[in-house]
Design a protein around this ligand. Structure first.
Ligand SMILES: [Zn+2]
Length: 304
């Protein structure tokens, strides 16, 4: 099984177009200690022939361009056999509308996420220009399914796990909250190797912990280091926890949880542009290293 981090930033990317925080300023100035990052997504494959996108970020076009394994092999073609959505946030789904050029794709999503995308949304019609353009597969928390793309079986299984999250901002008041608003994905190959992909999580659960303990690798929510990261900059009244993200640092932080997992690789993704871990040499990087946790970056590849 192969996993490639296509994008490692939270919504907005690094730099974010309307952000003048220290990290965004440093990237624009060409500071080598802070690398630019696109918005969170990963590609996974069992055979390096057919690939699946784990979330489809607004940066998907550049992300496909950046990875030759995803380039077309013929006049009209893609090695992308399908996509898996962990939630219905704009950051996780907007790229689906960018992949609108009449390409057959399989989409795996929970009922809550599928309804959020297809109801009250005229743009969805661009993905339904003809029957079969998109084939939707319903994900149910705790139910493992074979991962099958437009080009056939992948050899991988996909098990979604409900994790604490929130209804997407644009659906507040339109859709009732569902335990399947936010999923972690457990991807397993025929040899029993597994990776947990959980780019957004407000906390852990016994189910997530059990899968994470059995996994060879975990790619986890690294959005914020501190709960007050945005409030202390005066950007919002909402803390990291209010936004359904588990901050990394502190006695109750996710680094403590990640540190005790036996996984060989523990990688952070969906890192917000304000997060101090984005700077090489930052003291917060020492806390990551002590926990055996790596900051993800665009282009990072893991073979299991
Ligand atoms: Zn910024």
């Amino acid at each position: 099984m192969y996993l490639r981090v296509l994008g490692s930033a939270a919504g907005g990317g690094l730099p974010q177009w309307n952000c003048g925080c220290a990290n965004c300023v440093a990237v624009r100035a060409g500071d080598p200690a802070v690398r630019p990052r696109s918005q969170a997504s990963a590609a996974i494959s069992g055979d390096r022939q057919q690939w699946f996108l784990l979330n489809v970020s607004p940066d998907v076009r550049a992300q496909i361009d950046s990875f030759p394994a995803l380039h077309p092999r013929r006049l009209r073609d893609t090695p992308v056999g399908g996509v898996v959505l962990t939630n219905g946030d704009v950051d996780a789904c907007l790229g689906l509308f960018i992949l609108r050029e009449d390409q057959p794709l399989v989409v795996y999503a929970s009922e809550a996420v599928e309804r959020g995308l297809r109801e009250h949304n005229a743009l969805t019609r661009t993905l339904e220009r003809r029957p079969g353009q998109l084939v939707w597969h319903r994900l149910r928390a705790g139910v493992a399914v074979p991962l099958i793309g437009a080009a056939g079986p992948s050899g991988l299984t996909l098990e979604p796990v409900a994790v604490p999250g929130t209804v997407p901002l644009h659906l507040k008041g339109l859709a009732a909250p569902s335990p399947e608003d936010n999923l972690a994905l457990v991807l397993r190959d025929a040899r029993g190797r597994s990776v947990v992909y959980a780019p957004t999580a407000a906390g852990s659960t016994p189910e997530l912990e059990a899968h994470a303990r059995a996994a060879d690798a975990i790619v986890f929510d690294g959005t914020f280091f501190r709960d007050d990261e945005l409030t202390s900059l005066g950007l919002t009244q909402r803390t990291a926890r209010d936004m359904a993200h588990w901050p990394l640092g502190g006695p109750e932080g996710s680094l403590r949880w990640l540190a005790q997992l036996p996984c060989r690789r523990k990688i952070l993704t969906h890192i917000n542009n304000t997060n101090p871990i984005l700077r090489d040499g930052a003291p917060e990087r020492d806390e990551l290293a002590a926990a055996g946790v790596e900051p993800g970056y665009d282009g990072l590849e893991v073979e299991l």
